[in-house]
Design a protein around this ligand. Sequence first.
Ligand code: ADP
Length: 280
Amino acid sequence: MANKVIEIRNLTYRYGSRVALADVNLAIYEQEFIGLLGPNGSGKTTLLKVILGLLPVKDGEVLLFGTPLNRFNEWQRIGYVSQKANSFNSSFPVSVFEVVSMGLFGRKGLFARLNEQDERAVLAALKLVGLEGYEKRTIGMLSGGEQQRVFIARALVNNPDLLILDEPTVGIDIEATNLFYQLLDRLNREHGLTIILVSHDVGVVSNKVTNILCLNKQLLYCGQPEFFNEKSMEMLQKVYGDNMELVNHDHHGHDHYFHPHQRTAPEQTSAEQSSAREEE
Ligand code: ADP
């Protein structure tokens, strides 16, 4: 059975008194391609920030690659492309090589010199996204779609196991969007990368991913895209509002979600379960 990349148990996140995530439980497994869907303000960015260690978890548990978040330090295993990534204007005097090499700074320190191996990593990442030979070009002179691929290359330069992209197709034309999805498909299938793609575009994303997570503070749906479409999202929100919980088992037999009121996770051993029961 595949390993868990992310496991979240009973996570509630509040900004002051405002609840942004309510009792979220989920598991993401190696080599899955997840579409994280939800309307504006549904907590998608908050969930990503929690996973990236940018927000403190006070209520609930988060494990990355099996390690509790507060002890996790292998951040190079996670590549992130933010929503604001491709907003360089044409006068921004930075080369494609420099932008991609910024992805190494977390590991190397901001003023470290790049060695030959680093340079090779930058060129390999550019090749992976189909931008071989672009390294000397000025980032601002590239099209929106090309800039986006440069940022994906930056996120890939440390050879991560998990790639997270936040609303990446905003402002990109259809042709570039198609290329973008082809690239993600290749990274997922051929390079075994686990991917989380945040989007509001249910129609498009449902056709590309292996699993859908639908969030509206609570996790409304977690499972295969075949059973999910635009109508399901509207319906789920209308019918269940804030009180919706759905369980779905995928065809690999993975349990992606366990009911928050269930005291023990499905994969716990009987010893753990009995000790949980003793605590009750
Ligand atoms: P999404 O990414 O799905 O649009 P967010 O995670 O950005 O949703 O926001 C979830 C909720 O939390 C929203 O109601 C938003 O207004 C609120 N929120 C987000 N960031 C902050 C913040 N820094 N301070 C207070 N409230 C916030």
